[in-house]
Design a protein around this ligand. Sequence first.
Ligand SMILES: NC(=O)c1ccc[n+]([C@@H]2O[C@H](COP(=O)([O-])OP(=O)(O)OC[C@H]3O[C@@H](n4cnc5c(N)ncnc54)[C@H](OP(=O)(O)O)[C@@H]3O)[C@@H](O)[C@H]2O)c1
Length: 326
Amino acid sequence: MGTMTSIVFLFVCWTIKDNLKIPDTRGKYVFITGCDSGFGNLLAQRLHKKGFSVIAACLTEKGSDELKACTSQNLKTVVLNVTNAESIDNAVTYVAEETGSKGLYGLVNNAGRATPIGPTDWLDMEDFHKVLNVNLIGLIEVTIKFLPLLKKGSGRIVNVASVMGRLAFGGGGYCLSKCGVESFSDSLRRDMQHFGVKVSIIEPGFFKTGVTNLEIIEKDLHRLWNRLTPEIRYAYGDKYFDNYLKVQRLSMKTLCSSDISKVTNCMEHALTARYPRTRYGAGWDAKFFWLPLSYAPAVVADVMLKIMLPQPNGIKNSVAKNQVDV
Ligand SMILES: NC(=O)c1ccc[n+]([C@@H]2O[C@H](COP(=O)([O-])OP(=O)(O)OC[C@H]3O[C@@H](n4cnc5c(N)ncnc54)[C@H](OP(=O)(O)O)[C@@H]3O)[C@@H](O)[C@H]2O)c1
């Protein structure tokens, strides 16, 4: 067989394997975090339609009521704040009662937040904690506490990371948290394979949802900019903040896809395929730009991002200011 024929043969075999499905979704319990909006909300509705027994965790009562209003009684909701240990314990108790001897088939760790996000020297420790506590520590605590139910159900864990966990830009806890989710999921997958629990990672590019809501991001950026010391603000220069907002608006407008089903399709595959993949890049920008760029030498990514992002006046201004002070 020639090389080309072998490649085609392997691709066909992989495609067939990738398309094999689990025989039945009925009576399989899936627990999803962060279902008030975005990916989690859509996934809950779609799995519910597919016949899964969905338990959708929402951060707020309002989110829970709205989701219940557009689904049937088969979809159950719980209120869950992933940063609160007692709230997680209550959710585990509820799910244990609902699932009984079957155990849990799926856990989708989807809850997350992006702000505060901005240049690193604009941030303090509390800003980092706010994001890390939800996206990483919360995800780990939820996972550990649900593991006995998942082992019982020979279940699957689907962790939502991000392309920003593979290529870090934009300071703050977001990239760190998503990089942590990648690492936690890799070790979890290797540890849990012995117990029949499978782990998949979703790496979405940019999508129009709550975490990319410019109103929320810009409001928080104003808070950060307004509390900067005069020295730091001077080093960035007068025009920097406005340029930053302009570039961010333009790049979000260009990059963010409104078709969030590209992400929920990956989550569904991870739950319904007989052989779920380890990683899913979701969205064209993820597949053809961010993920390939993450494999490139750091200098290539540094130059690309330098071109894309606004430049502070930087050292020139700092030196000038120091000379004036002296
Ligand atoms: N959109 C993107 O471009 C993108 C790209 C890569 C990865 N992601 C990841 O995808 C996941 C889902 O986000 P999304 O894009 O669908 O945005 P979203 O609509 O904001 O969904 C995130 C959900 O998590 C909830 N949440 C926030 N803090 C929580 C907490 N402490 N406990 C429990 N739930 C909490 C939010 O509730 P409230 O709405 O009430 O705050 C919201 O329902 C996140 O992990 C995000 O980081 C998103």
